[in-house]
Design a protein around this ligand. Structure first.
Ligand code: G4P
Length: 534
């Protein structure tokens, strides 16, 4: 074999092993717990409980925020890599709670699949819906994990229906729970009718557990299950066979169907079989669409095109002593090596990708090489903006990242009018980096700042103070949602408590007081389209 063939075989094999995904969930559904169990089952940590204990204030392996909290401000998410049974897993963090920001959404653009964690007692919650909408936009395949089966929850058929109706996707149960809450006995895998028996583990599932399995037909004789639970599970299974959606990988990969698994992350129950299924089902990095210089669409194959990547996230002020930020790049094709000199397409010049790093569990380490699907962090001395493409060949740009519907809006001004110039410079720099969106009133051109999470405003003010020496005053505006307007703005019938603005790309956006107003506007303007993502 020639060296070239060996290299391309190595690239294809490394790409085939990659699984790059994000967990989407509402706060408290169990994302952190599941992440720890991934680390536990990958062998990276031996005891899950040791790295947790947030209530005790200790750092957690998967709570990357510690580093950022040191600076007194928690900012954004990042990625970690670990091996799992022959696969190389890249887990992208999508922060929730107050840390929810546009970065959370953008991170999903770098994922090839997602795991949606749902609390069995709560069902589909708001943040899950929002994140799912981004997966839908990109047609990212989503696996569903219904968590906390060791606790009383809602009937499984209800949960399946809710997933289908709330998210407009077909759901296909891969396994099914037997009993619930204190009567939870285990799960039966539909493909082979084998039962995994649940046993409560000590210390919150700190260590791996071996699960006892047996055929469903033998479960009754064990005396561990009531006749009522057995009848119920048989009834549900029959119903699923007749009326349920059969799972096909093709439909899953197109984002039309989500496989559903029941589990309990805290007790490790059902987690290993879920992870095994995840590695089997989830796609390895595929081709990505880009715009060629002549405007035509081009598909960038991970193994046929030499190194290319794009910036999906910028993280500012990792080190308070320097102004540098870190740019996170998703490798889309080819092999990356440390100190590679690449073309920066927007700037039209060559740059060296020096000091690349990644997170392997909680350790920051230097990257010597990376493959499609991997995430690398590069120190950014102000050359990278969100969406930038870099490559060895040049000649194309990955499709621009969508802008997401902002939900909070404010007027921002410098306290000292003499600082106007520095203020304008800082604000436009940060809008370019994607920290916030800037919008201008159609009426009087006044600038507004817009974001999906409060944290983005905090970061904006913090950075204006520290990097541009400008103190600012932020006046919140009474809008809670927005939409991009397609159609003539002069004929758009605005409901009360709404406002028309333009975004950075000169597109018209309508800001609404609440969702109800947005719905009314949709009804009143059948000739206009109101889009949630731009
Ligand atoms: P998040 O990252 O999605 O916000 O959720 P996280 O994993 O932190 O879990 C939220 C709470 O739910 C935690 O309890 C966690 O222990 C619990 N939990 C997660 N998975 C399961 C499960 O399968 N069964 C049960 N019964 N509970 C589960 P906490 O009391 O808020 O925190 P902690 O004291 O355990 O850290």
């Amino acid at each position: 074999m020639t060296t070239e063939t060996t290299l391309s075989t190595e690239l294809a094999a490394a790409t085939g092993r990659r699984r790059t995904f994000a967990i989407i969930s509402h706060p408290d559904a169990g994302k952190t717990t599941l992440t720890e169990k991934l680390l536990l089952y990958s062998g990276l940590i031996r005891t899950a409980g040791m790295v947790r204990g947030r209530k005790g204030g200790k750092a957690t392996a998967s709570d990357w925020m510690g580093m950022e909290q040191e600076r007194g401000i928690s900012i954004t998410a990042s990625a970690m890599q670990f091996p799992y049974k022959g696969a190389v897993i890249n887990l992208l963090d999508t922060p929730g709670h107050q840390d929810f920001s546009e970065d959370t959404y953008r991170t999903l653009t770098a994922a090839d699949s997602a795991i949606m964690v749902i609390d069995a007692a709560k069902g589909v919650e708001t943040q899950t819906r929002k994140l799912f909408a981004v997966c839908r936009l990109r047609r990212i395949p989503v696996l569903t994990l219904i968590n906390k089966m060791d606790q009383p929850g809602r009937p499984p058929l209800d949960l399946m229906t809710e997933v289908e109706q709330a998210l407009n996707i077909h759901a296909s149960a891969i396994n099914w729970p037997i009993g619930s809450g204190s009567d939870f006995v285990g799960i039966v895998t539909r493909a082979d009718n084998r039962v995994q028996l649940f046993s409560k583990t000590a210390h919150g599932g700190a260590a791996k557990v071996a699960t006892e399995t047996l055929p469903l037909t033998e479960l009754g004789a064990t005396g561990r299950v009531s006749q009522e639970s057995l009848d119920q599970v048989q009834h549900d299974l029959d119903l699923l066979d007749i009326a349920g959606n059969p799972f096909t990988r093709e439909q899953f990969l197109q984002g039309d169907i989500t496989p559903v698994f029941f589990a309990s992350a805290l007790t490790n129950f059902g987690i290993e079989s879920f992870l095994d299924a995840f590695v089997q089902m989830a796609p390895s990095p595929g081709a990505r669409l880009a715009d060629r210089e002549d405007g035509a669409d081009v598909s960038v194959s991970p193994v046929e095109i030499p190194f290319s990547a794009y910036v999906f996230k910028l993280q500012a002020n990792m080190n308070p002593k320097h102004r540098d930020s870190t740019a996170f790049l998703r490798v889309c094709s080819g092999r990356f090596e440390r100190d590679l000199v690449v073309k920066h397409h927007r700037l039209g010049r060559d740059i060296r990708l020096a000091r690349p790093h990644s997170l392997v569990a909680q350790e920051r380490s230097t990257v010597e090489e990376a493959y499609p699907g991997d995430i690398i962090g590069i120190i950014n001395p102000g050359v990278f903006a969100i969406g930038d493409t870099v490559s060895l060949t040049g000649g194309f740009n990955f499709k621009p990242l969508p802008q997401f519907q902002p939900e909070i809006f404010a007027r921002l001004r410098p306290t000292d009018v003499g600082k106007r110039k520095a203020f304008d410079k800082g604000l436009s720099q940060m809008a370019q980096e994607g920290t916030v969106q800037i919008m201008r009133s159609l009426h009087d051109q006044e600038a507004l700042v817009a974001a999906v999470g409060r944290l983005q405003f905090d970061v904006l003010q913090y950075r204006l103070r520290h990097e541009y020496r400008v103190e600012t005053i932020l006046d919140a505006l009474p809008f809670t949602c927005s939409a991009w307007l397609e159609g003539d703005p002069s004929t758009f019938k605005s409901p009360s408590a709404s406002m028309l603005v333009k975004d950075q790309r000169d597109r018209v956006v309508v800001l609404f007081g609440d969702q109800l107003m947005k719905n009314i506007a949709r009804d009143r303007n059948p000739d206009h389209v109101l889009r949630d993502m731009g």
